[in-house]
Design a protein around this ligand. Structure first.
Ligand code: ADP
Length: 403
């Protein structure tokens, strides 16, 4: 954890007490700042109190800096009351990423990753390669650990930081040594207002960096047989990772690519029985993400459905003729069945039925059973992680233990 001395003896407001907000408050308190930390939710306030945070409504207090959690609306759909309060007194509004940067600027190297898709994969892959190369690497940000819970820098530390657009919005001086912009497509416009605004935030952030990587770059690595890097999108992710590490030996990077374990729920291979592969792509909560998976495999027995997004699976219509059969689960079943009229499908209701039916059909056929729902999970599961964990557990229990 980092101890921040930047605000020693100064009052400041911290709003939003999730895990990164709690870490921020504690880092500042330990550095001697007078912290007023608050959240609208009593359960979060209680959790923060238990962690040792000085929880206090700051409306009537004197302070000139607000540290805001990235999940709290800065502008859209409308500014949160803490933001209005800060504007009234002309206070700075920043986030944990900015504090982190001010603390480590000039002391350690930073590789920052942003973009609409692929951030976590690129971040994890760079972290993995650097570890394999024996470097002192700290990975965090929007993935895994909040930045202020990472270890303080030594002269050899390399920080690999995934940055969401919300975090970037609150980090006006953050300047990476190497910044990667994976891609930009419309997303989170409810928070950023317009595509122009969203694009501007991302591009300004990466253009400040010493080296900035985006678009198509040279890439002559062999990804054949690397299960965690299947598909064209993962070739792009690997391309960004290795270009960010251009100063390191080619052969060692190639070796490290081969041992990348991948991230859970993103085309994660969770088992193989005979000639049938089981793939957990539960993170695919919309058609765009599912498209990436459908492009990455052949002989697909597809498990899809849940709480549908606008348009459902219609954007995937071009793939229907090549999908061998679709197994429908969840609330979207009737709508998706209509889309699939004329193609083979099976209304299974539950994930368990879908898995069993798919296996019965797929065995002996050199096939892939792909859970890539193109839907949110909330109709049947707490979140996409629970959905994917359940799929993995069912595959292991039903198909792996005795094979
Ligand atoms: P993020 O952290 O930006 O959400 P992830 O690495 O977790 O990205 O990948 C999330 C999903 O985005 C994947 O399941 C895949 O469908 C899609 N994806 C990953 N990499 C790319 C890419 N380079 N281009 C387009 N889509 C991608």
């Amino acid at each position: 954890m980092m101890i921040l001395h930047q605000f020693k003896d100064q009052p400041l407001a911290v709003f939003g007490l999730g895990s990164s907000g709690i870490a921020t408050a504690l880092s500042l308190q330990q550095g001697g700042a007078m912290v007023y930390a608050y959240d609208d939710n009593e359960i979060s306030r209680e959790k923060a109190r238990k962690a040792g945070v000085s929880v206090h409504d700051f409306r009537g207090e004197a302070w000139q800096t607000l540290i805001l959690s990235p999940g709290v609306p800065l502008t859209h759909p409308e500014p949160h009351w803490s933001v209005i309060e800060a504007r009234k007194r002309n206070a700075d509004i920043i986030g944990d990423l900015e504090l982190f940067y001010r603390e480590i600027a000039g002391k350690a190297k930073i590789i920052a990753i942003t973009g609409t898709n692929g951030k976590s994969t690129v971040t994890a892959l760079i972290g993995h390669i650097l570890k394999k190369l024996g470097e002192n690497v700290q990975v965090g940000g929007n993935i895994g650990k909040a930045v202020l819970t990472l270890d303080a820098p030594t002269d050899k530390t390399i920080y690999v930081i995934e940055c969401s657009s919300f975090q970037i919005d609150l980090a006006p001086s953050f300047t990476a040594d190497i910044a990667i912009l994976t891609n930009i497509t419309p997303d989170h416009l409810d928070r950023h207002g317009t595509m122009e605004n969203y694009t501007r935030i991302k591009t300004e952030f990466v253009m400040r960096a010493e080296t900035c990587l985006f678009g198509e770059l040279p890439f002559d690595y062999d990804l054949t047989g690397i299960a965690s890097l299947r598909g064209e999108h993962n070739r792009q992710n690997a391309m960004f990772a290795v270009n960010a590490l251009a100063d390191f030996p080619h052969a060692k990077i190639q070796a490290a690519l081969k041992t990348f374990p991948g991230l859970p729920h993103r085309m994660e291979q969770v088992g193989q029985k005979g000639d049938v592969l089981f793939i957990n792509d539960s993170k695919a909560t919309n058609a765009d993400s599912t498209e990436k998976a459908l492009l990455s495999f052949k002989n697909i027995y597809w498990i899809a459905g849940g709480k549908a997004k606008e348009g459902g699976i219609e954007p995937l219509r071009a793939f229907f003729p090549s999908i061998i059969k679709t197994y429908l689960i969840g609330a979207s079943s009737n709508d998706f069945a209509k889309s699939l009229d004329g193609y083979a499908y099976d209304a299974c209701e539950t994930l368990e039925n879908a898995l069993n039916n798919a296996y019965n059909d797929a065995k002996g056929k050199e096939a892939v059973i792909l859970l890539s729902p193109a839907c949110a999970s909330y109709d049947q599961f707490a979140n996409f992680e629970v959905r994917g964990d359940m799929f993995r557990a069912m595959v292991q229990k039903s198909f792996m233990q005795h094979s």
